[in-house]
Design a protein around this ligand. Structure first.
Ligand code: NAD
Length: 240
C-alpha cells in the first residue's frame, strides 16, 4: 500500500531521524519546518532517491499555517494516511513567573498544533478507513516535572488527546499512539552544562542520553500497517 506521512518539526533532532526512518520505508513525505531552510535542504539531499517528498515552511502553532500544510500535502500526494506530530518547544521556569503569553506559546506549539493537524487529517482518514497518528509527548507528560509545569501540562494534554482520539477513531481503522522520550541528545538539550549532563546521566539506567534514531525506530514501528497498538503512551527512556 502506498503511504504518505506528514512530519512536523522535520528539519532537526527527533523529527529529522523520523523523516529518515520513514524515507527508508518508502513513505511519501511532507516535511514541515519552521525556519531552518539550510537544514531542510541538507535533509532533502540525504533522502533524495529514497522517497518522494515535499517541504513546507509553516508555523504549525497557527491553525491557518497547519491548514496550508494539509492542503499542500493533499495537492501533491492526493491523500495523507500518517501524521507525526513532533514539533515542540521546551519551556523551563518557575510557575509563578508564567504569563498568559507563555501559556499561549507553549500550548499552541506543543498541543494546538497536534489538535489542528489531527482535526484536518482525521476526516480523510475516517473516509479511507485507515490511519496512523503518532504524537511526540515526553516522559514529563507522564510524570510531571518541577520548573516545567507548562511544558509537562502540554505533553499531558497530548497523551489525553492520544487516548481519547484512539477510542473514537480506532473503529475507523485509525490507531493513535504517543511516544514519551526521556532525555534525548538534540538541540533542545544543548543548554545543559557538562556537569548537569553527568548528573542527569547518573539517573538514567543506561547511563547516557538517548539518540534521536532510538526514538525514531519506535515511531516508525507505530506507523506499520501490521499494528495492534492504540491509545498508548510509550516510554522511550531506557528506564529513566
Ligand atoms: P528540537 O528543538 O531539535 O526540534 C524541535 C523541532 O520542532 C524543530 O525542528 C523546530 O523548528 C520545530 N518547531 C518548533 N515549533 C514549531 C512550530 N511552531 N512550527 C513548526 N515547527 C516547529 O528538539 P527535539 O528534541 O528533536 O524535539 C522533538 C520533539 O520531541 C518535541 O516535541 C519535544 O518536546 C519532544 N521531546 C524531546 C525530548 C528531548 O530530550 N530532546 C524529550 C521528550 C520529548
Amino acid at each position: 500500500m502506498k503511504r504518505t506521512a506528514i512530519i512536523t518539526g522535520a528539519s532537526r533532532g527527533i523529527g529529522r531521524a523520523i523523516t529518515k526512518a520513514l524515507a527508508n520505508k518508502g513513505f511519501s513525505l511532507v516535511l514541515v519546518y519552521k525556519n531552518s531552510h539550510d537544514k531542510i535542504k541538507s535533509l532533502e539531499e540525504e533522502i533524495a532517491g529514497k522517497c518522494e517528498f515535499l517541504s513546507v515552511c509553516a508555523d504549525v502553532s497557527s491553525p491557518n499555517d497547519a491548514e496550508k500544510v494539509y492542503n499542500r500535502a493533499k495537492e501533491k500526494f492526493g491523500f495523507v494516511d500518517t501524521l507525526i506530530n513532533n514539533a515542540g518547544i521546551s519551556h523551563i521556569g518557575f510557575f509563578d513567573e508564567e504569563t498568559q503569553e507563555s501559556y499561549n506559546e507553549v500550548m499552541d506549539t506543543n498541543f494546538r498544533s497536534a489538535f489542528t493537524m489531527c482535526l484536518l487529517a482525521s476526516k480523510d482518514m475516517i473516509a479511507n478507513k485507515f490511519g496512523r497518528i503518532v504524537n511526540v509527548s515526553s516522559v514529563w507528560g507522564q510524570k510531571g516535572a518541577s520548573m516545567e509545569v507548562l511544558y509537562s501540562a502540554s505533553k499531558h494534554a497530548l497523551i489525553g488527546l492520544t487516548r481519547s482520539l484512539n477510542a473514537e477513531l480506532a473503529p475507523s481503522g485509525i490507531l493513535v499512539n504517543a511516544v514519551c522520550p526521556g532525555v534525548i541528545d538534540t538541540d533542545m538539550n544543548k543548554h545543559f552544562s557538562a556537569e548537569d549532563r553527568r548528573f542527569i546521566e547518573e539517573d538514567i539506567p543506561l547511563g547516557r542520553f538517548g539518540k534521536p534514531e532510538e526514538v525514531a525506530s519506535v515511531v516508525s514501528m507505530l506507523t506499520d500497517e501490521n499494528l495492534y497498538i492504540g491509545g498508548e503512551d510509550i516510554s522511550v527512556t531506557a528506564g529513566y
